[in-house]
Design a protein around this ligand. Structure first.
Ligand SMILES: [Mg+2]
Length: 392
C-alpha cells in the first residue's frame, strides 16, 4: 500500500504504520539550492514492530535537480511484527518468590540507573549497597547508567564508595563520559566544543583530548546587533549541551550563532525535562535547555543519554555485554525502561523513584505500539527485594 505525507526539509516527519510493507510518499518543498537528501532516524525499535529495512528508491522534482522546488521521495519500508506472542499479558509482572532467582539466572549483566534506584539524593536506598555487592559476589557484571551530566566517572565512583557500594570507575556510564566518547569515536570530532555544561563535562572531554570553551557564567552585554555578531571561536566544530546551572540568554545566543554554520555538530546529553527532588519538588532539567537551543537554532540535536541506545552500546562494546543476557533496572519508564526495550534487554521497574505501576499499566492498556516500549517486564517495590534470592 502507499501513503502520502508532507514534510519540511531538516525536520523529522512523524509517521507510524502497522503494516508489514509500506510505500511512503514524502512530499517536501525545498527552498534552498541544497541537494535533496534524506535520512531516516528514530525508526521504531520497540519489541512489537521493528523496521528492518528501508530504501529510498525514487526521487522526482518539479524542477531541475538541485534546484528549489517540490520534491517527492518514495520510501519503502519492510517491517516485521514481533507481537505474535501474548507479550502484553505477561509484562509488568510483580517480581517475587522463585521468579527472582529465575530472572537473575537468565542474565550475566545488570545495568542500574542511579537516582531513584540505588540512591535518592545523598542517601543510599536501604539494602541497595548489599544488592550490588551480592550480585558481584555471584559473578554478575554490574554497570551504572545515568543521564545526569553533572558528575564525571570518578565523582560517581567516589560518591558510590562513600555510600557503601563496591564500584569501580569504569563501571560508571554517565552522560558526561558517554558524550565525550560519542564525539571522539562516532563523530570523530576534529576541533573544539562550545560547551553548555558542567565542569565534569569539561573534565571528560579533556580526558579524550577534546578542547572546549564555554563553561561558567556568560552574561549579556551590549545591544542586540552586538549579540548577533558575538565573537566566535573559529576552531569550534560542535555545540554540546548538558546540565548547566549558568545557562543564560547569552549562552543560548552563542550556541545559535555556532549552529548557524551547517557543518557544526549539535549534541545533547539527554532530554529529561525535570529533575525530581525530595518532597515532591523538582527543578528544570537538561531537556529544557536543549529544547530552548533547538528552538533558537531551528535544528534538532542528537542525544546520547537514555533512551538512546548509545549508552548501552558504550557498555556493550567495552565489556562484551550481550543484550539477551542483560537486565536494565530503572525508576523511569520513558528513559530507563525505554532504553531497555530499545536495546532488547530484560527490564525491571523499581518503585523507589519517579514512575508507578499505574503509569506502566496505562502504557500497557493504551494499545499504542510506541508506548509498549515503556512497559517493564517486571517491577519491584525496591531493589532490596532481590536480597533473599541472592542470599539463597
Ligand atoms: Mg532515576
Amino acid at each position: 500500500m502507499q501513503r502520502s505525507v508532507e514534510g519540511q526539509p531538516g525536520s523529522p516527519v512523524n509517521y507510524s504504520c502497522t503494516h508489514s510493507k509500506l510505500n511512503l510518499l514524502l512530499n517536501v518543498n525545498i527552498y534552498s539550492s541544497a541537494s535533496p537528501h534524506i535520512s531516516l532516524l528514530n525508526l521504531s525499535k520497540n519489541r512489537e514492530f521493528r523496521v528492518f529495512f528501508f530504501s529510498v528508491s525514487k526521487v522526482t522534482s518539479s524542477n531541475n535537480r538541485h534546484r528549489p522546488g517540490r520534491y517527492s521521495f518514495l520510501i519503502q519500508f519492510y517491517a516485521v511484527t514481533t507481537a505474535s506472542s501474548p507479550m502484553s499479558a505477561s509484562k509488568c509482572t510483580r517480581l517475587s518468590g522463585a521468579l527472582v532467582k529465575q530472572l537473575l539466572d537468565s542474565v550475566d549483566s545488570i545495568l542500574f540507573d542511579c537516582d531513584g534506584v540505588i540512591w535518592r539524593g545523598d542517601q543510599a536506598i536501604p539494602g541497595a549497597p548489599q544488592v550490588i555487592n551480592l550480585l558481584k559476589e555471584k559473578g554478575k557484571k554490574v554497570f551504572f547508567v545515568t543521564n545526569n551530566s553533572t558528575k564525571s566517572r570518578k565523582m560517581y565512583a567516589d560518591k558510590m564508595t562513600t555510600l557503601g557500594f563496591d564500584v569501580k570507575e569504569d563501571e560508571v556510564f554517565g552522560t558526561a563520559y558517554c558524550c565525550a566518547v560519542y564525539l571522539k569515536t562516532v563523530c570523530k570530532l576534529e576541533g573544539k566544543v562550545y560547551l553548555i555544561g558542567s565542569d565534569a563535562m569539561r573534565q571528560e572531554l579533556e580526558a579524550v583530548e577534546i578542547q572546549q570553551t564555554g563553561v561558567g557564567p556568560d552574561h549579556i552585554c551590549g545591544k542586540q546587533i552586538d549579540w548577533a555578531n558575538v565573537p566566535l571561536d573559529p576552531e569550534v566544530k560542535a555545540v554540546v549541551v548538558g546540565f548547566d546551572e549558568h545557562f543564560s540568554y547569552m549562552k543560548m545566543n552563542r550556541a545559535m550563532q555556532y549552529l548557524s554554520q551547517r557543518d557544526c555538530l549539535f549534541v545533547g546529553t539527554n532530554r529529561d525535562t525535570r529533575l525530581p527532588l525530595e518532597g515532591g519538588k523538582a527543578v528544570p532539567g537538561t531537556g529544557c535547555l536543549l529544547r530552548a537551543i533547538e528552538t533558537a537554532a531551528q535544528r534538532e540535536a542528537q542525544t546520547v543519554g537514555k533512551p538512546n541506545h548509545f549508552m548501552f552500546d558504550c557498555v556493550a562494546s567495552q565489556f562484551g555485554v550481550k543484550a539477551d543476557r542483560c537486565l536494565m533496572v530503572g525508576d523511569r519508564l520513558d528513559t530507563d525502561i525505554l532504553l531497555g526495550s530499545n536495546c532488547g534487554l530484560k527490564t525491571l521497574l523499581t518503585l523507589t523513584g519517579v514512575s508507578t505501576v499505574a503509569d506502566a499499566e496505562a502504557h500497557q492498556k493504551s494499545g499504542c505500539a510506541e508506548r509498549q516500549g515503556m512497559v517493564p517486564d517486571y517491577y519491584v517495590e525496591s531493589i532490596a527485594d532481590l536480597i533473599p534470592a541472592l542470599q539463597g
